[in-house]
Ligand binder design. Structure first.
Ligand SMILES: *Cc1c(COP(=O)(O)O)cnc(C)c1O
Length: 398
């Protein structure tokens, strides 16, 4: 299976600031001057390398970060957006016209689910939800109107692993674009290298890792990324989810430690999942042998980054889940908060929050029970101590 090392190409990028700074200078301008009027006309027609027009279109800070992200995913090009949803919605609206169809995994981020289910019908775009681990079901949902096959590499919150090489085959046979959200598993999976056409991320999560901003990115071919910023017909240019250049600069600095952070998140995730399972608790973690796609993940992953920092723990009832989360916060194990990829452990109950957009029957069908606690393991240096504290809380829950 094609493996990729996402960290080395980022390391190899060489950027200089205006006065030889070791970090690139931050663009503090919305607009850019031209020496010749003719050049301005030219850039309205097509992008010119190293030449900037207006910050919603492109600016140097966003370019630097985009280049690093393209290196990470092994794509020709990339662009950045003001949120993960900004990345997802722009990709979909760029690819689909009225009358088109999308086949998507049913276990996806709640916001994406709501966009597909409630928003796209306004544009006469039909979305079919399938069990992405069932390739026959995926194939059966495709019609001659289908344009996009959509999934998350590691799904939110059920941690199902999508078989990207097989889905890529299906996409190619049917002339579809395979769009993959890799938010839960940056560096762990390289979906583009495995056959996806477009990779999106919420950089709000692991990539930035500081829980201090909201941002997203799109990694794909140069042709697709250029089409997004087309002044006449590009979704990013016209819908305008531009990332502020100050944020771009700070995310680039945080991206440089992503490989180290992912390894620590995964180390902690594996330790906790094993220990909790040994206690007889119902834990879902793709690093555990009993995870339905454990073998598949081993085949597809870039091993050195581990199985990730996300775990779910089934506490059976909503009441027990809520009690546990409050106890864990009181004992300073982490925060009762949505989102993920922070240095501190974050936990929430997806049934009542980030996945509440999904109707109850559908949540049941995918195993998303009300007692489920989603845990994003932090960078805890002493994970044994964290486990002991967590176990003490669990034992106190009636
Ligand atoms: C958070 C999240 C998003 C949305 O990203 P925002 O940055 O909050 O807009 C999309 N997909 C997944 C898997 C997420 O976890």
């Amino acid at each position: 299976m094609a493996k990729y090392n996402p960290a080395d190409p980022i390391q190899d990028l060489q950027y200089f600031g205006e006065f030889g700074g070791v970090n690139p200078s931050i663009t503090d301008s919305s607009t850019f001057t031209f020496l010749q009027a003719g050049k301005m006309e030219e850039i309205f027609e097509h992008e010119i390398e190293g030449c900037y027009l207006y910050s919603r279109h492109w600016n140097p800070s966003n370019k630097y970060l985009s280049q690093a992200l393209a290196k990470m995913e092994g794509t020709e090009s990339a662009s950045v957006t003001a949120s993960g949803m900004g990345a997802i919605t722009n990709v979909i609206l760029q690819l689909c016209n009225s009358g088109d169809e999308i086949v998507t995994s049913r276990t996806i981020y709640g916001g994406t689910y709501a966009f597909f289910k409630n928003f796209l019908p306004k544009f006469n775009i039909k979305v079919k939800f399938v069990d992405i681990t069932n390739l026959e079901q995926v194939k059966a949902a495709i019609t001659d109107k289908t344009k996009v096959l959509y999934c998350e590499t590691m799904s939110n919150p059920m941690l199902e692993i999508a078989d990207i090489p097989e889905l890529s085959k299906i996409a190619k046979e049917n002339d579809l674009k395979l769009v993959v959200d890799n938010t839960f598993s940056p560096m762990i999976f390289s979906p583009y290298v495995l056959g996806a056409d477009i990779v999106v991320h919420s950089m709000t999560k692991f990539i930035n890792g500081m829980s201090d901003c909201v941002a997203g990115c799109i990694c794909a071919s140069k042709e697709f990324i250029d089409s997004l910023s087309d002044v006449n017909a590009g979704a990013s240019m016209l819908l305008g989810p531009v990332l502020d250049s100050y944020r771009s600069a700070s995310i680039l600095k945080n991206l440089r430690t992503l490989h180290i952070r992912m390894k620590q998140h995964s180390h902690n995730g594996m330790y906790l999942a094993k220990k909790l399972q040994e206690e007889g608790l119902t834990v879902t973690y793709p690093g555990l042998e009993n995870h339905p796609q454990h073998k598949l993940m081993k085949e597809l992953m870039n091993e050195e980054y581990g199985f990730g920092g996300m775990i779910t723990l089934d506490m059976q009832t909503k009441e027990r889940a809520n009690t546990l989360m409050e106890m864990m916060q009181n004992d300073n194990i982490g925060y009762l908060a949505v989102s993920l990829g922070f240095y501190k452990t974050l936990f929430s109950s997806p049934g009542g929050s980030t996945s509440s957009e999904i109707p109850e029957e559908e949540r049941e069908a995918m195993g998303l029970t009300d007692g489920l606690v989603r845990i994003s393991i932090g960078l805890d240096n002493n994970i044994e101590r964290t486990f002991e504290k967590m176990l003490a809380c669990i034992k106190r829950v009636k």
